[in-house]
Design a protein around this ligand. Structure first.
Ligand code: FAD
Length: 426
């Protein structure tokens, strides 16, 4: 943290220093450094704000994001449980412009040319950059499950793994399902976005069923051997609080869906029929990262230099959030994306200013899971950069998991959500 203090203290002199890194120095009035941020989610919005803050508002920051407002995936499962609405988890982008001078463009980046250092917007214009920060989240690989792409585009089989209209539509499907029906969620092999998320979702749907349609069932069909996060805690909740409602089946790798008959097929196990099918296909880095050739880890995730999150495939493009190839023990989480963003912002500002890039960045993570409308469990960790191995590692003895769900942690979880939304967007 010493370095950040040093960086902020030095920010008054930043104007001159920042210009030293700019391409146009010497040709007339020096232009400002230009940072283009692609994606206004947990990673991108935080990075946009913090480049402005750390540079004393000297660096020009443009953020391109197609959505009108930020809809949080964290706590979106509560919309399915019925205790929150989509409005409760939505924050406008206006404060990023008003409070921090970020230029927010509502559009999609259609392509990036890493050699010319320009991005082309779907609506046509191009934007030149000195540094590009890419945080496009995940791409859902529908072709990993036969029939799922068409079933999803017809609105019959939903993912709701990008919070928004599908979250609302899935809640409607649950409301329309008769008592005695079955909701099934399929989970892909790890790594995927938010390890505990599917299990939290199972709790939320079960909590709704318990209150409103108690003869109904929640089937968790997991491609992994066993529950991938907070396993003993979730299993205890299912056995005690949702006995007879939740059933967990590991080693169920979905291969095909038939929306008309409500059937899911698996690599090995027997077919399953359900009334509401919530299919989560295999995941990879956001489409724009893949098409730009940055997904150089198993053709799925983007390898980065963990000191500054610069892509190992293209200079001046920094990838963060869910799209990256994770370091050991690093979850694909909103908290982690927010933490990556600050390391990236600091490194970029330091590079433009000609300062030493922090040689020992740290990251933190906490993931809360609501087991019903009020009770929560968490998992937390701290990660340090290990220079000798050029990767992040979990700090021994840091973090941990809850003993069991409590309302006190429920209060912490809401405060976490409000605080991270403010830190990211306000
Ligand atoms: C149900 C659920 C529960 C979760 N719970 C938690 C939790 O409790 N705690 C936690 O820390 N994390 C949680 N997560 C995980 C968290 O949501 C993700 O890890 C986080 O959103 C990753 O941030 P990101 O910036 O990589 O992606 P995102 O937040 O998804 O942001 C990506 C953004 O990029 C935009 N974009 C994509 N392509 C383009 C393009 N070509 N041009 C312009 N914009 C583009 C998208 O519109 C999107 O807004 C949860 C996830 C889910 C689904």
């Amino acid at each position: 943290m010493m370095h950040r203090r040093h960086l902020l203290q030095g920010s008054g002199a930043f104007g001159l220093l920042a210009l030293a890194g700019c391409a146009n120095i010497g040709s007339g009035p020096p232009s400002k450094a230009r940072v283009l941020v692609v994606g206004g989610g947990y990673g991108g919005a935080t990075a946009a704000k913090y480049v402005r803050l750390f540079s004393d508002q000297k660096i020009d920051v443009t953020l391109v994001e197609p959505n009108d407002a930020f809809v949080s995936c964290p706590v979106s499962n509560l919309v399915l449980g019925g205790s929150k609405t989509i409005a409760d988890i939505t924050t406008p982008y206006t404060a990023l412009a008003k409070n921090h001078g970020v230029r927010v463009i509502k559009d999609t980046v259609a392509s990036i040319d890493p050699v010319k250092k320009v991005a082309v917007l779907a609506s046509g214009p191009t934007i030149a950059y000195d540094k590009l920060i890419l945080s496009p989240g995940i791409d859902l690989m529908w072709d990993s499950i036969a029939g799922s792409r068409a079933a999803n585009s017809e609105g019959r089989v939903l993912q709701a793994w990008k919070a928004g209209p599908e979250t609302v539509a899935l809640r409607r499907q649950l409301e329309a399902m008769p008592d005695g029906g079955v909701y099934a969620i399929t989970i892909p092999e790890a790594p995927y976005r938010c390890p505990p998320g599917p299990y939290e979702r199972a709790c939320q749907v079960a909590s709704y069923f318990k209150a409103a349609k108690p003869r109904s069932k929640v089937l968790i069909l997991d491609a992994n051997q066993d529950v991938t996060s907070k396993g003993p805690l979730f299993k205890k909740v299912w056995a005690e609080q949702y006995k007879g409602i939740v059933e967990y089946r590991g080693q169920h790798k979905a291969t095909a869906v038939d929306a008309k008959t409500g059937t899911i097929k698996f690599e090995i196990q027997d077919d399953v029929k359900a009334d509401v099918l919530n299919v989560l296909p295999t995941m990879r880095a956001g489409q724009i990262a893949v098409q730009t050739g940055l997904a150089n880890a198993n053709a799925r995730w983007c390898n980065v230099n963990y000191l500054n999150f610069e892509s190992t495939a293209a200079k001046h493009i920094h990838v963060l959030g869910d799209s990256i190839q994770i370091a050991p023990g690093m979850p694909k989480s909103g908290h982690m994306a927010n933490s990556h963003a600050k390391v990236v912002a600091e490194a970029i500002v330091a590079e433009f200013a000609g300062w030493e890039v922090n040689p020992a960045p740290m990251l933190t993570n906490t993931c809360y899971s609501f087991t019903d409308a009020r009770n929560v469990i968490h998992v937390a960790s701290v990660h340090e950069y290990v220079a000798a191995e050029k990767t992040f590692k979990t700090v021994a003895g840091s973090g941990g998991v809850s003993a069991g769900p409590t309302e006190q942690e429920g209060a912490y979880a809401w405060n976490w959500a409000r605080t991270i939304w403010a830190d990211t967007l306000i």
